[in-house]
Design a binder for this molecule. Structure first.
Ligand code: DAH
Length: 346
């Protein structure tokens, strides 16, 4: 028995991990052979019981030595094999990739980008400006009379409104960007201004206190109403399809003269009348007009030499018409069931 123990100790010490081909399985087999319940060492401990008492001390020590050597060796093998095992799981290049759900662009961004893109194709560049504006850029330079209702607290969120102080408000429309641009540049000016606007409205399916607009402004020599009409027709066809027709109705805005509102033929019923267009066959889309000479002069542009047109539209309304969204609040609630319906459009 003594020589057997020595033989095993020697064998264990001579065994190297490199000799295992299928490492994890062979280490386990090695463990079972020596340390398993019915392994060699257990077997020897059985035999040990029936040894004559005078041999027990020496054999006991030897056996324990064998057991310790076996355990240490197996621990050593395992610490070598286990990290490799883990690595091979993580680095298996043949495994299918984990599914990573991709976010999607918000439908308002999609529509805003589309409008911007349509105008950029005919030479308009994007202009952006501040969301907190002063009275001059929001109203005065845009020819709003002092008593215009838009200057009222009921419509506008004032940040500061104190006697004798400069009035500062969240911008109520992107028309303020027209002023910002014209103040700092001379014609030809051809800009598109997409952005967020704020109005003091009760939130409902049809109104919200935050929404988005896109404004366009073109100022140059001899810009005429027919330039405006042609641009509007081009835009309507690009946005809603080649078959789209437009009509202009006279309107009023302080900063344009003449002013108009543009309708498009209903893209749902093709102009026959449905509940979206309330049976009229037409959908109201945007406000527009020729820039009032007073506005040009306020911004330091010679109104005798230059003329221009401007137009402004609500992005939420565009998206509503394009995708038949019935409730404005959906845009702002971040409900994934709503948002994910647009994850195939870019
Ligand atoms: N600023 C207007 C609004 O918020 C929209 C508008 C109308 C913009 C006519 C324009 C325009 O540039 O010419 O209701």
């Amino acid at each position: 028995m003594k020589s057997l123990i020595h033989k095993y100790i020697q064998e264990i010490q001579d065994t190297h991990i490199e000799s295992f081909k299928d490492r994890a399985a062979e280490v386990e087999a090695f463990r079972i052979r020596f340390l398993g319940k019915k392994g060699l060492i257990a077997d020897m401990f059985e035999q040990f019981k029936s040894l004559p008492p005078d041999q027990k001390k020496e054999m006991g020590q030897l056996l324990n030595q064998l057991k310790t050597v076996a355990q240490a060796r197996i621990e050593e093998f395992k610490s070598f094999v286990e990290p490799l095992e883990e690595q091979s799981v993580h680095h298996d290049l043949t495994r299918p990739a984990d599914f990573v759900p991709m976010g999607s662009r918000h439908v308002l961004s999609v529509v805003m980008n589309e409008i911007t893109e349509i105008f950029s194709r005919i030479g308009f560049t994007v202009a952006e400006s501040v969301e907190i504006e002063d009275d001059w850029h929001l109203f005065s330079a845009l020819n709003f009379p002092p008593d215009h209702p838009a200057r009222d607290m009921q419509d506008t969120f004032f940040v500061e409104k104190e006697e004798g102080k400069q009035e500062v408000a969240l911008r109520t429309h992107t028309s303020s960007v027209q002023v910002r641009v014209m103040e700092h540049s001379q014609p030809p000016i051809r800009i598109i201004a997409p952005g967020r606007v704020f109005r003091n409205e009760a939130i409902s399916a049809r109104a919200h206190c935050i929404f988005h607009q896109v404004e366009a402004l073109y100022v140059d020599e001899k810009v005429s109403f027919s330039d405006l009409k042609q641009t509007l027709l081009y835009f309507a066809k690009e946005m809603f399809g080649e078959q789209t027709q437009i009509r202009l109705r006279p309107s009023y805005f302080p900063f344009t003269e003449p002013s108009a509102e543009m309708d498009i033929s209903c893209n749902i019923c093709g102009g026959h009348g449905c509940n979206i267009c309330k049976g009229t066959g037409w959908l109201e889309i945007l406000g527009c007009g020729m820039v009032d000479p007073n506005v040009l002069e306020s911004c330091g542009i010679d109104s005798k030499k230059y003329s221009g047109f401007a137009l402004g539209m609500g992005v939420e309304r565009m998206a509503m018409l394009k995708y038949q969204i019935r409730d404005l609040r959906l845009y702002f609630e971040n409900d994934l069931r709503f948002l994910s319906q647009f994850d195939n459009i870019v």
